[in-house]
Design a protein around this ligand. Structure first.
Ligand code: UTP
Length: 313
């Protein structure tokens, strides 16, 4: 066991080593999904599929690949289909096996979360009071240390999962809050939280002094837009507890991140994958085409429809 020697400057006290291990992922899934109505009237947005794979499955797989120990879903009582979807369905698997469809049952079992083997929690956000409020709802269930937040409708496709990349960079970046960022056109900034940068990008990391939610194009502090992946210092929960409602009367996660920036540090992380806003119809269509492009079985369909798409332009 390691011992501290008092007065020896070469030995760091264990108490001063920051705990940078990210063990918890929070999935806020309680929103109304108004941009996707009427589809989201009875089907939660997070269960809308990209061909055959619901958005929430991409998010779960990304968290698993990043070594997350505990997953907390912040849901709404009207969205119980999410809970049914993510958990193992033994009856369905047995029925499939009884009909000789073992490979389908195996794939379902592998994709699902088994509460006997994995730490899965559902907490309810009874009213959609904002993303910050949703994250705060997970506070009691979060493990000590920094937490990851994944917005399932922001789909990021790439060879390495975005959260894996972020966690890998997090300890070295030296900032308590890390947010995934990408550069957007000036006329798009008003749809995003935007970083207030400090200096230049070093590798994939850009230090920042704060961030602003949905600034007007002419007032935007940069073109570095924040997308739905965050690694946040555990103190985010205290900041959220004291957070006044902001833009749209909602408790904004952005405001609490900005508030903690001076105390724990903030940086943007430029991820390597492609991001699709699947909360919007155009984004979902783009994601569907990109995903189809990765699968042999759809190559002919894409070829057949290319002339149609060009004719419509
Ligand atoms: P969005 O703002 O994209 O989701 O939030 P929304 O409000 O459901 O969508 P629109 O704008 O009405 O179409 C990003 C994520 O945060 C969750 C959403 O479910 C989504 O996964 N969220 C948002 C909550 O869990 N609670 C909230 O109060 C707000």
């Amino acid at each position: 066991m390691r011992r501290d020697r008092q007065g020896d400057p070469t030995v760091t006290s264990l108490a001063t080593i920051p705990n940078t291990k990210v063990r918890t992922a929070i999935f806020p899934v309680a929103g109304l999904g108004t941009r996707f109505l009427p589809a989201t009237k009875a089907t939660p947005k997070e269960l809308l599929p990209v061909i055959d794979r619901p958005l929430i499955q991409f998010a779960i797989d990304e968290a698993r690949a990043a070594g997350i120990e505990r997953m907390i879903f912040v849901s709404h009582p009207s969205k119980s289909a999410i809970e049914r979807y993510v958990h193992t369905d033994t009856d369905l698997s047995e029925t499939l096996r009884g009909r000789g469809k073992d490979s389908i049952a195996d794939a379902l079992d592998a994709a699902a979360l088994d509460p006997d083997e994995e730490q899965v929690h559902f907490v309810m956000q009874d009213e959609p009071l904002g993303l910050g409020h949703a994250v705060l709802c997970a506070a009691e269930k979060a493990l000590p240390g920094p937490v990851a937040v994944i917005l399932p409708d922001d789909l990021i496709m790439g060879e390495t999962g975005c959260l894996s990349e972020m966690i890998e960079a997090y300890g070295r970046a030296g900032a308590g809050h890390m947010v995934a960022t990408m550069e957007v056109a000036r006329d798009e900034v008003s749809a995003y939280g935007v970083l207030v940068p400090e200096g230049e990008m070093t590798g994939n990391v850009l230090k920042a002094s704060g961030m602003v939610e949905k600034p007007a194009a002419e007032e935007a502090p940069s073109l570095q837009a924040v997308v739905g992946r965050y690694v946040l210092d555990g103190s985010i929960f205290d900041d959220l507890r004291h957070q006044e409602p902001g833009l749209g009367g909602e408790i904004q996660l952005t405001d609490s991140i900005a508030r903690g920036a001076a105390r724990v540090g903030l940086c943007g992380f430029r991820f390597s994958g492609s991001r699709f806003d699947c909360g919007s119809k155009a984004g979902m269509l783009r994601a569907t085409l990109a995903y189809a492009g990765q699968r042999d079985e759809f190559q002919q369909v894409l070829r057949d429809h290319q002339p149609l798409a060009l004719a419509a332009e």
